[in-house]
Design a protein around this ligand. Structure first.
Ligand code: PLP
Ligand code: COI
Length: 340
């Protein structure tokens, strides 16, 4: 097992080549048995539909090292289920849930030396992906597919972790009405590259997207979901068919309701009503919970009450969520899957 020399507490979110990744090929109507490989490059046809027509989808989940040394995956069945929906939307064969979870476990076990130690705040990020390959230049589904899972150790996606960060409302859309916004497919992220770069160029962490139909309602951040805490303590998250249904968002709604006794509302969030919220945040696997300090919208810069310090409700949600992920707080039934 590799013993990489990594300064765990300063880890950000960057690719690092780890020892082994999982690779499986779909040909002639079936998946092969899958294998672990040390090769971190793919050899695919130049006519692969993943390259030309964006026939691909991916997932993101993490493995966590607990205080007692054990290793957990967090709700991998939810990622497997979302990949089913993404692959169905793009005419790709489903990766069976057992195969998905087994591949994740194999990859974590094969790269244990890269798992950030308990207490450093880091985790091992897993990136499963499914792509259309083989010779095909028509705008039609590929003849073959690859499913792979690789991993790398990560710290916070947005610099600063729990320090409130500013976001800007984007003038672009990332997804269309009745498009692929709810699927985790590369095309949505391709659409967000330029807006993301513009946002960072203006000194913001990322863009916030509005609904593509009326441009009046908050949808999500380019790499995470949005939530707000009303002045009377309700947890609110946007309802929309074009946002990615995040596992973290779903988990926070459940924990807010069932563990913290808070009211939860999934509803329209009008961008001109940000004043209703005392706290706001971005939540996702990579982002974990990133508090939002302020939002630039046109000429207006809206500042939340908890501008410089994480707000009290966001803090409680963060502690409950990460406590479960790192095994310090009892998990709801079926949420954690032991790897080791
Ligand atoms: N929205 C977008 C666009 C994302 O990329 C992500 C990250 O996966 C999320 C939301 C949050 O999803 P999850 O909590 O499942 O990571
Ligand atoms: C994740 O949180 O897993 C994501 O996929 C976000 C990513 C675009 C970095």
């Amino acid at each position: 097992m590799s013993r990489p020399n990594i300064d765990w507490p300063t880890l950000g979110f960057d690719y690092l080549r780890t020892d082994l990744r999982y690779l499986s090929h779909w040909r002639g109507g079936a998946w092969d048995g899958g294998t672990l490989t040390g090769d971190n490059t793919l050899h695919i046809s130049e006519a692969s539909s993943a390259l030309h027509y964006g026939q691909q989808c991916f997932e993101g989940l993490k493995a966590y090292r607990c205080r007692d040394g054990s290793v957990n995956l967090f709700r991998p069945d939810r990622n497997a289920a979302r990949m089913h929906r993404s692959s169905a939307r793009l005419l790709m064969p489903p990766v069976p849930t057992e195969t998905f979870i087994d591949a994740c476990r194999q990859v974590v076990r094969a790269n244990l030396g890269y798992l950030p130690p308990y207490g450093t705040g880091g985790a091992l990020y897993l990136r499963p992906f499914l792509i259309g390959v083989g010779h095909n230049v028509r705008v039609a589904s590929a003849p073959e597919f690859l499913f792979s899972v690789f991993c790398f150790p990560v710290g916070p996606y947005f610099k600063g972790g729990l320090t409130p960060t500013n976001f800007v409302v984007s003038r672009y859309d990332r997804a269309a009405p009745n498009g692929t916004g709810a699927a985790k497919v590369g095309g949505n992220y391709a659409a967000s590259l330029l807006p993301g770069q513009e946002a960072r160029g203006q000194g913001f962490a990322d863009g916030i997207y509005l609904d593509p139909e009326t441009h009046t309602k908050i949808e999500e951040v380019g790499s995470a979901n949005f939530f707000g805490i009303t002045r009377d303590g309700k947890v609110v998250t946007p309802r929309s068919p074009s946002i990615l249904p995040g596992v973290t968002r779903d988990s926070l709604m459940y924990l807010a309701r069932e563990r913290l006794g808070l009211e939860v509302e999934e509803r329209d969030v009008y961008v001109d009503r940000l004043g209703d919220f005392a706290e706001a945040g971005a939540c996702g696997t990579a982002a974990v919970i990133t508090p939002i300090g302020g939002v630039q919208h046109g000429e207006t810069f809206h500042v939340f009450h908890s501008e410089t310090e994480v707000g009290p409700v966001t803090r409680r949600l963060y502690d409950e969520l990460t406590g479960i992920q790192f095994g310090d707080v009892e998990a709801p039934e079926g949420w954690t899957v032991k790897v080791e």
